[in-house]
Design a protein around this ligand. Structure first.
Ligand SMILES: NC(=O)C1=CN([C@@H]2O[C@H](COP(=O)(O)OP(=O)(O)OC[C@H]3O[C@@H](n4cnc5c(N)ncnc54)[C@H](O)[C@@H]3O)[C@@H](O)[C@H]2O)C=CC1
Ligand SMILES: CC(=O)C(=O)O
Length: 318
């Protein structure tokens, strides 16, 4: 673990997702210290104690509670605090509730460490990432969200099962919103470097079935088990390892797109300094149109969040 010596990771929110993230980070051996913070203090302490019980069997980081100020100084701050969507509820329905959670968290953490990287998980993640940038004032290279990495993982797994190959042999991206308007870059997909159509020809109906499965997998899991956590736990520990090892891995992270003024997912090169470069995928016309719709939808949510209508006497927005 010498290459990670001294690396400190903070996890804000230690509910289902925070706990899965913590467990995955602890057992990937990528940090010296993992700091945990949750607004529910008893629950936070119980989670810390439970996680510590898993650390006696190999090389493990120190796991302990952290204050807001201590967390703000960590190398990576993973933000999972807030509410999860219920079955049948869109991620975008969480926006008002979760924006106030992240805002108050950032105010308490400031000032951030000189090289701290803020990794957003709280949904709707493209919107929380945008507001994280705005509220923290950190540079866009150091504030980004898990974006469509989880959707891409789900896509790779689905294609891999159909083609009977390992998921890691599938080259694929879901881009745009981590949500209902996400876009699969079918024209870019390959298995072992060979275009998908040569290995697994899919007609339009089959592509539609795959796309709907990927789009609504979180909703299916939320309806049945009330949460999704193992997948995002693995995603976040992989992102942390790409940062701390300066891996230069290419991942579809949600990050600031200067030409649109919002955050959404495109493949990006990730290293110790954060996002080093965005990569533009060549898309077919239909994919370009879908991506434009996804961007327009996210812009609409941001405008609506920044300019909420007046509150009526009954407490609802006009
Ligand atoms: N980006 C992605 O791919 C994914 C995002 N998520 C999102 O992660 C978030 C967390 O989900 P779960 O862990 O299932 O929810 P949960 O309800 O199990 O845990 C949330 C935790 O946040 C804590 N919290 C609430 N307000 C806080 C505050 N102001 N400061 C610190 N902690 C606070 C709560 O006490 C709770 O322990 C949700 O927004 C969910 O939608 C979940 C899965 C995947
Ligand atoms: C909850 C969520 O965003 C997901 O599992 O994709």
């Amino acid at each position: 673990m010498s290459q990670f010596q001294g690396a400190r990771i903070a996890i804000i929110g230690i509910g289902k997702v925070g706990a899965a993230v913590a467990y995955s980070i602890i057992h990937k051996q990528i940090a010296s210290e993992v700091l945990i913070l949750d607004i529910k203090e008893d629950f936070q302490d119980a989670q810390v104690q439970d996680l510590r019980d898993s650390t006696s069997f190999g090389i493990s980081p120190r796991v302990k509670p952290g204050t807001w100020k201590e967390c703000g100084q960590c190398d990576i701050i993973v933000f999972t605090g807030g509410t999860n969507q219920k079955g049948g509820e869109s991620r975008l329905a969480l926006v008002q509730r979760n924006i106030s959670v992240i805002k108050s968290g950032f105010e308490q953490m400031k000032p951030f460490g000189e090289n701290s990287i803020l990794l957003m998980v709280t949904n709707p993640v493209d919107i929380t990432t945008y507001f994280a940038l705005k509220y923290t004032g950190l540079p866009p290279s150091r504030v980004f969200g898990s974006g469509t990495i989880l959707d891409t993982t789900r896509l790779k797994d689905t294609i891999a099962q159909r083609a009977e190959v390992a998921p890691r042999a599938v080259h694929a991206y879901v881009i745009g919103e981590h949500g209902d308007s996400q876009v699969i870059a079918w024209s870019n997909m390959a298995i072992g470097g060979i275009p998908l159509a040569q290995i697994l020809p899919l007609d339009a109906d089959e592509k539609h079935i795959v796309a709907e499965f990927v789009r609504f997998k979180a909703d299916y899991l939320n309806r049945i088990k009330g949460e999704t956590s193992f997948g995002i736990g693995a995603v976040i520990s992989s992102i942390c390892s790409a940062i701390l090892l300066d891996e230069r891995n290419v991942l579809p992270l949600s990050h600031f797109q200067a030409d649109h003024g919002i955050c959404f997912s495109k493949p990006a090169i990730l290293g110790r300094a954060g996002i080093l470069r965005t990569l533009d995928i060549e898309l077919e016309d239909g994919e370009v149109a879908s991506l434009k719709r996804s961007i327009a939808k996210l812009k609409g949510v941001i405008v609506g969040t920044e300019n909420p209508g007046p509150v009526t006497e009954m407490g609802s927005r006009l």
